[in-house]
Design a protein around this ligand. Structure first.
Ligand code: SF4
Length: 364
């Protein structure tokens, strides 16, 4: 069978086939981690039969034949696993690349499990993207989370990966014990300096069976509220996107295990956190635009690109309701305009001219 052409696929978002290795390779457990709840129903050890069945099941409902396909080993510290197990998984995944059914492999791992010695094997099996669990760049915060590595390890791992030409992703967390808004912003600045290709941001959720659950029960840990989470994630999205770094996920994917009684003790778990954050980005820019408009205006006309309308309105029209509170006697009209740039919000009121604000990095 023919290999898939990278050129014909480079603009599409890949179909990712996630395979969770369930804490394999982790030297110990971070305080917030419960893979049985966050990953879902994966076996403790991945067999060839299991991997083959997963890949074929994803491929069977893939509609866009031109779309990139990646097998992703998540949920543990891939390069910290027993080397023979790494090789087995990589060779089974690579056999799909050889058949032309899958394009590449990505893994996630810890920063202290990346070294010059252990990455050459990844190249041999066409691993193209490596996601690093950074979580924070503050040593005290990393220590409280029992990560077992410091911020310098994140910088070292990223330097090695970039020197060897891997695409890189970083994972960050909001609301870690001993972290603060300033601390989170510091971690974002450090992330911008390292220039990963992508970032995922997750707020800390208190799951059953974790050290954090004990701390929470004893009153020693207080999770973020949802509105604080949205604000921190909005700041993150704005800073990273303006720097040309793609934020590929905000918030955990919900699993059936999370919905079971007692699985989630506390924390800002929301099925549409990403939508809340993106619409808050629109709201934030709209507020800047409205500084130029009198609260006595009779009509406000907002013009946007069609795909941006739902983020502009917000979940359940929450942004429109907030604007109405500021302009209680004003008629608000929202229109999609052909040719309007993605991420551009234009407003005109009564006889005044039109003002536009653009969201840096939107639509990348
Ligand atoms: S390194 Fe990642 S997978 Fe392993 S325990 Fe920590 S958070 Fe969980």
């Amino acid at each position: 069978m023919k290999k898939l052409s990278l050129e014909s696929r480079k603009n599409s978002t890949p179909l990712i086939i996630p395979v969770f290795v369930m804490n394999s390779g982790c030297p110990h457990r971070c305080v917030y981690c419960n893979q049985k709840i966050t990953a879902g129903n994966f076996p403790p050890e991945i067999t060839k039969e299991f991997l083959d069945a997963e890949v074929h099941s994803y491929l069977s409902w893939k509609k866009d034949k031109q779309r990139n396909v990646e097998i992703a080993f998540y949920g543990g510290s891939f390069t910290g696993m027993d080397f023979a197990y790494q090789e087995k998984l990589l060779s089974w995944a690579y056999s799909f690349i050889q058949k032309g059914l899958v394009h590449s492999i990505r893994i996630s791992t810890r920063p202290d499990c990346i070294s010059e010695d252990n990455i050459s094997v990844l190249k041999n099996f066409n691993v193209t993207t490596i996601e690093i669990g950074a979580q924070s760049f503050i040593d005290d915060v990393l220590q409280s989370a029992q990560r077992g590595h410091d911020a310098a390890a994140i910088v070292r791992s990223m330097t090695i990966l970039k020197d060897h030409g891997f695409r890189t992703g970083l994972h960050l967390m909001a609301g870690l014990p001993k972290d603060s808004k300033e601390g989170f912003i510091y971690s974002l600045d450090k992330t911008v300096e390292l220039r990963p290709d992508t970032v995922r941001i997750n707020p800390v959720i208190v799951f059953r069976g974790t050290t954090l659950a004990e701390d929470f029960r004893k009153g020693n840990y207080k999770p973020l509220e949802l509105d604080e989470t949205v604000e921190l994630c909005r700041l993150a999205w704005q800073k990273l996107s303006a720097a040309g770094i793609r934020v590929i996920r905000i918030g955990l994917q919900t699993t059936p295990e999370m919905e079971k009684d007692g699985a989630v003790l506390a924390g800002p778990l929301h099925p549409a956190l990403g939508t809340l954050v993106l619409s808050s980005v629109f709201y934030d820019h709209t507020m800047k635009l409205l500084e130029k408009v009198s609260p006595e205006a009779k009509e406000l006309h907002f013009n946007l690109s069609e795909p941006d309308i739902s983020n502009f309105r917000g979940l359940n029209n929450m942004n429109i309701s907030a604007i109405k509170k500021l302009y209680p006697r004003t008629k608000i009209i929202v229109r999609s305009i052909e040719g309007q740039k993605r991420g551009a919000i234009s407003v005109s009121a009564d006889s005044m001219g039109s003002f536009t604000v653009e969201i840096p990095g939107w639509g990348r």
